[in-house]
Write a protein that binds this ligand. Structure first.
Ligand code: CP
Length: 323
């Protein structure tokens, strides 16, 4: 039987980042602190470092992305790395090259870190099992399963606005069943000790009952939002719902869209989050998305900081192994 892959090296540091499952809270806190150090007020020159000087980072994205791909690229560049962006759909994979041959080809060009986004469950771990000993693999979003840096940047955003996780009530709303963002947010927030996690979704978008241990489930948004500190909205993952999209989008918005009236049921200082891309007028009203309680653009900014933190941590860990 194949042994589970450890993301950690012998020193307990990250070699890969494929999932937040089993990641110790202390390590998450360390990444949150490190990302905090890469914060930059708008209009100022972004922080830079030399942590990845001489390294090469390859972004291999087989699904569309704006935020994750651009932020991994900026994070790597700001830490001094060379970056290769391979649009997998325009690569030799469409001519029949296997993913592992693509990886070996790029390894021969001295890639040190692969960032992988793919719709195939298990592909990130599969690649991590095949790379050379000095090479690291980071998930940039795996099927509906995992989006670890998104979970961490969401935790960072909550921490910045609320100061602590204990005592907070967080509600995740929408197509949770097909969402890797929700799964990684749950892993991060559960590990970091969030007070209460609620899930709000229509029955067909609710995850299986064995998932999201400890979360309270609501089909009524009005119930699920009452008195919460954080409202995390999700889009409907059309690409993962084979033929079962809600036919009446207006009705969906009425029942599960975040409007100003519904937000008024949360705590007055509640923050509104969305990982993007947003579908305005479907899961979120435009005035809420752009309103004073929205921290959606802060999440985007934190994406660069958190990806810098993860890359710098992985580079430190490799230097330590080599010393
Ligand atoms: N949140 C997120 O993963 O966005 P992208 O699909 O644009 O990368």
């Amino acid at each position: 039987m194949t042994q589970p892959l450890s993301q950690l090296d012998a020193n307990g540091r990250l070699r890969h980042l494929i999932t937040l499952d089993g990641l110790e809270p202390a390590l998450m806190h360390e990444l949150l602190e490190r990302a905090q150090a890469y914060q930059c007020p708008p209009g100022q020159l972004p922080p830079r470092g030399e942590d990845l000087r001489g390294w090469t980072v390859a972004n291999l994205f087989a699904e569309p992305s704006t935020r994750t791909r651009a932020s991994f690229e900026l994070a790597a560049l700001r830490l001094g790395a060379d970056v290769v962006n391979l649009d997998v759909m325009l690569s030799s994979r469409v001519k029949g090259e296997s993913i592992i041959d693509t990886i070996y080809t790029l390894e021969a060009m001295q890639v040190d870190v692969f960032v992988i986004r793919d719709s195939q469950p298990g592909i990130t771990e599969f690649i991590a099992r095949h790379v050379a000993g000095h090479v690291s693999v980071i998930s940039g979003g795996e099927a509906h399963i995992s989006h670890p840096t998104q979970g961490l940047l969401d935790a960072l955003t909550i921490l910045q606005h609320k100061g602590d996780f204990r005592g907070l009530a967080v509600t995740i709303v929408g197509d949770i069943r097909h969402s890797r963002v929700a799964r990684s947010a749950h892993r991060a927030l559960a590990a970091l000790g969030v007070g209460e996690l609620r899930l709000v979704a229509p029955a067909e978008m609710m995850p299986e009952s064995h998932e999201f241990h400890g979360a309270r489930r609501h089909t009524s948004f009005d119930e699920g939002i009452a008195g919460v500190d954080v409202v995390m909205m999700l889009r409907i993952q059309k690409e993962r719902i084979a033929g079962a999209m809600p036919t009446d989008i207006e009705r969906y918005h009425e029942l599960y869209g975040l409007t100003a009236a519904r937000l008024a049921r949360a705590k007055p200082q509640a923050i509104v989050m969305h990982p993007g891309p947003m579908n305005r007028g479907v899961e979120i009203a435009s005035d809420v998305a752009d309103g004073p309680q929205s921290v959606i653009r802060r999440q985007v900014a934190n994406g660069v900081a958190m990806r810098m933190a993860v890359l710098a941590h992985i580079a430190d860990a490799r230097r330590r192994r080599a010393s």
